[in-house]
Ligand binder design. Structure first.
Ligand SMILES: Cc1cc2nc3c(=O)[nH]c(=O)nc-3n(C[C@H](O)[C@H](O)[C@H](O)COP(=O)(O)OP(=O)(O)OC[C@H]3O[C@@H](n4cnc5c(N)ncnc54)[C@H](O)[C@@H]3O)c2cc1C
Length: 506
């Protein structure tokens, strides 16, 4: 090839394989943004269905919806959504000890030193209360309150019903011209000389031809893995959990504005409050807990009546070695999965979509775009992986073989460096394009029990009176704002109350 491009005729026919959260998010974004230039078809199989989990999100989804001009109230009512202000971690540092990783900021930074340095000094001088007392979103979580505040004053995400979200996005995407094809993909035709995917063969015998194929077939990875043979980088030496069991239950009280993540003997349990029910699940390591025991343990630790049978889902933590190869891009679970902790998977779908938009190969596929796309994806995932490993590794728990293994495991050098830096100096630096900002790392590192040995000298420039005034001012402003917020449940009911389930369209 002389011009280093494939598809010299251009990329116009897009085929999305799979209609889970990933497939429909891609369809919605592509059709809304570039729909007039493209012919977009999505193939999915009702018989195969979707993974059916993935209900906690992070604030970047708010931005995604803004970009797509999705009406928040309509979206929330259609997906039985509630607001999420963070994640409560119970029993992670030690049995009986809790902390919250909330969205938003804590305190006020100085340009030379983050707020944690002033807080550390304040604590040493017995002038500071809990680190979380200086964060609005964290205090609002604990009090079960929520409201939109002017100028983005409250950082939030959503808890959503995953099945309803895909349906909502389907209506949206079809409104922008996406054509849905029902059918089972039984074969992927790859050109002998080009190595490019030419078409998908359905069980009906129909061939779906395209220029660019988006693999959203979930863990199956039918196109990227089975057809193009892109390998998988396994991270199970860093992330031991490889199984989950999920069950839905009736709500027994008002919805709280955060996810509960409760550490158990061989993993952890989630509780995600929606308007019409609660999503529950247990993530565990199959070396230490069998599926039947996991089901029993989960059912023994739920609050409401189960609405579904517990369902086991197996996964392999890791990432595809390349998420874009030739004319196929894997987005969603086909591209890899770290694990459910910290709810990053839907965000990564969104990142894949944004990257695809930015590098859209309208006039043909170039290897330089492919390389850049893959480079960015890999970097992004590695930082998230480190953040997740942190939760397991830094613990005082020694009560079960699982936690003892986590404590003594080998960790990535990048994480080791961050931990050392924070322990020795209280400093944290966000890497460019990294998802989790300084405040996330600090909340989790302090929450997991790391005690920095020193604070930045700039905090010593404040005398006790000045420091006390500074800290008290922030805390009382947080308290005052939280006291004025309505209860989360009441806010949801007046802002985006969902119709009874039978009345939900689609
Ligand atoms: C236990 C667990 C908990 C999770 N929790 C969260 C969370 O809280 N937050 C978060 O952000 N993420 C979470 N995730 C990840 C999240 O579920 C996924 O990122 C999200 O649902 C996207 O999945 P997907 O669309 O890639 O795959 P799927 O939902 O599996 O969709 C695959 C699609 O491909 C179709 N398909 C497959 N094979 C064929 C075929 N042969 N022919 C035709 N169609 C086919 C299926 O019918 C389906 O439509 C969780 C994942 C797991 C496993």
């Amino acid at each position: 090839m002389t011009d280093k491009k494939q598809n010299p005729g251009g990329v116009r026919r897009i085929v999305i394989a799979g209609g889970g959260t990933a497939g429909w998010m891609v369809a919605a974004a592509l059709s809304k943004t570039l729909g007039k230039l493209l012919d977009i078809r999505l193939v999915e199989s009702d018989e195969i269905g979707t993974v059916g989990v993935g209900e906690a999100t992070i604030p970047t989804l708010v931005t995604f919806h803004r970009l797509l001009e999705i009406n928040e109230q309509e979206f929330m009512a259609a997906t039985q959504a509630t607001f999420k202000l963070g994640i409560g971690f119970e029993n992670w540092r030690a049995q009986g000890e809790d902390y919250i990783h909330s969205f938003g900021t804590t305190g006020k930074d100085h340009w030379t030193a983050g707020f944690q340095h002033f807080w550390l000094k304040g604590r040493e001088r017995k002038l500071a209360s809990d680190y979380g007392d200086y964060c609005l979103e964290l205090r609002a979580s604990l009090e079960g309150r929520f409201a939109h505040l002017p100028r983005g004053g409250m950082n939030y995400a959503f808890h959503i019903d995953a099945t309803l979200y895909a349906k909502f996005l389907r209506r949206f995407a079809e409104g922008y011209g996406v054509r849905r094809i029902e059918g089972k993909i039984v074969d992927v035709k790859v050109g002998e000389s080009s190595g490019f995917i030419e078409s998908l063969k359905l069980d009906s015998g129909e061939l779906i031809e395209g220029d660019l194929f988006i693999d959203c077939t979930g863990f199956r990875g039918l196109l990227i893995g089975n057809a193009l043979h892109v390998g998988y980088e396994d991270w199970s030496h860093y992330l031991f959990c490889d199984s989950a069991v999920a069950v839905q239950t009736e709500s027994v009280g008002p919805a709280i504005p955060y996810v509960r993540s409760i550490a158990r003997d061989a993993g952890w349990q989630w509780r995600i409050p929606l308007q019409h029910r609660v999503g529950n699940g247990m993530v565990y390591c199959s070396r230490y807990l069998g599926d039947e025991q996991a089901k029993k343990e989960l059912l023994a630790n739920i609050e409401g009546r189960p609405l579904t049978e517990p369902r086991v889902i197996k996964f392999r933590p890791g990432q595809r070695r390349q998420t874009w190869r030739r004319n196929c891009i894997a987005i969603g679970l086909s591209s890899g999965f770290i694990e459910p902790l910290e709810s990053t998977s839907i965000h990564l779908i969104q990142r894949g979509i944004i990257r695809l938009m930015q590098m859209f190969p309208r006039d043909g596929i170039r290897q330089s775009d492919i390389d850049e796309y893959n480079r960015q994806t890999n970097h992004e995932l590695e930082h998230i992986r480190d953040f997740i490993v942190l939760h397991y590794h830094v613990t005082r728990r020694q009560d079960t073989p699982f936690w003892r293994t986590c404590r003594t495991m080998d960790i990535p050098d990048t994480l080791r460096h961050r931990l050392e830096l924070f322990r020795e100096t209280g400093r944290v630096f966000r890497v460019p394009n990294e998802l989790f900002a300084e405040n996330s790392w600090i909340q989790v590192m302090l929450g997991q029990g790391i005690e920095p040995q020193q604070h930045h000298p700039v905090a010593d420039l404040m005398g006790d009176e000045e420091l006390s005034h500074f800290l008290d001012g922030i805390r009382s402003s947080v308290e005052k704002t939280v006291a004025q917020l309505p209860a989360h449940q009441a806010y949801v009911e007046q802002y985006c109350k969902a119709p009874p389930m039978g009345a939900v369209p689609g």
